[in-house]
Design a protein around this ligand. Structure first.
Ligand SMILES: [Zn+2]
Length: 276
């Protein structure tokens, strides 16, 4: 009897031990599951919080004005310029061959170039051998003077251009042996090389009268503008200093398919009231 009791006690103790381990297991599984649910709900909270932070970031001020993305700069200019009363656009001859011209326009439009209208030329005034709108000239002079006060030397190298000015500029840069062969596609790389820096006639923002190209110091090469102290000065804090004078970048750095590659030297003058 005594032997049996001892045996039963052993079985009971063993059973209790098993039960304890099972309970520990259940507890661990439960707490683990709970932890992962907790983690998931926490990550949901995080992403909602992140979204809120992103919205706040979009409305972030860069000094006096809101910070704009490249696309927002583009939209500001397009909204501004379409509100202006301008001459209707007509396709202008590029090479003299209608098929070649159509081919070139297709490549340009695929890159994101938009047909542009010309400002009324009677509104333009002459300044340093350039044609410019008086309000754009005044804004430029104010900007140049502000820069000069800070030891920065900015020059104006291009302002208004006619369709014919742009045609000559484009053709002078295009190195093609036989223009008639352009629609075969053999010169596509060369055409894209030129279009990455120069618009076709009828597609340049310079026609619209609010676009300026800048150079810096003794360097009159616009293609090097991005590496100058002028650009560093102008572009800091989301272009805060030039916004004060009504200028924004024309082809900003972080936008694809806008026609040319980003152009650090080109700026557009818009209504300052549009910038908050
Ligand atoms: Zn330009």
């Amino acid at each position: 009897m005594k032997i049996l009791e001892t045996h039963t006690r052993h079985i009971l103790a063993f059973g209790l031990l098993i039960l304890t381990w099972v309970m520990i297991g259940v507890f661990l599984i439960y707490t683990n599951a709970y932890q992962s649910i907790y983690d998931r709900s926490l990550s949901l909270t995080n992403s909602a919080e992140e979204q809120h932070q992103q919205i706040q970031l979009l409305q972030k001020k860069c000094g006096t004005f809101y910070c704009y993305t490249g696309d927002e700069f583009i939209n500001l200019y397009e909204t501004f310029i379409t509100s202006r009363n301008q001459h209707a656009h007509q396709n202008t001859s590029i090479t003299g061959n209608l098929f070649v011209d159509e081919y070139l326009r297709n490549i340009a439009e695929e890159r994101g170039y938009i047909k542009r209208m010309s400002v009324d030329p009677s509104l333009l005034v002459e300044y340093n051998n350039l044609l410019i709108l008086p309000e754009v000239r005044n804004a430029y002079l104010n900007l140049r003077n502000k820069a000069s006060e800070e030891g920065i030397s900015i020059h104006l190298v291009s302002a208004f251009r006619t369709f014919e000015d742009q045609r000559k500029l484009f053709i002078s840069q295009l190195s093609v042996a036989d223009i008639e062969l352009i629609p075969t596609g053999i010169y596509d790389d060369e055409i894209n090389r030129v279009l990455s820096v120069t618009a076709l006639p009828g597609y340049s923002k310079h026609h619209e009268g609010h676009t300026l190209d800048f150079a810096c110091g003794d360097d009159y090469l616009v293609f090097e503008f991005k590496d100058t102290d002028c650009y560093t000065w102008m572009s800091q804090n989301n272009y805060e200093v030039i916004k004060r004078f009504g200028f924004i970048p024309s082809y900003p750095q972080d936008v694809e398919k806008q026609g040319p590659s980003p152009e650090a030297w080109e700026y557009v003058y818009i209504d300052r009231e549009m910038m908050r």
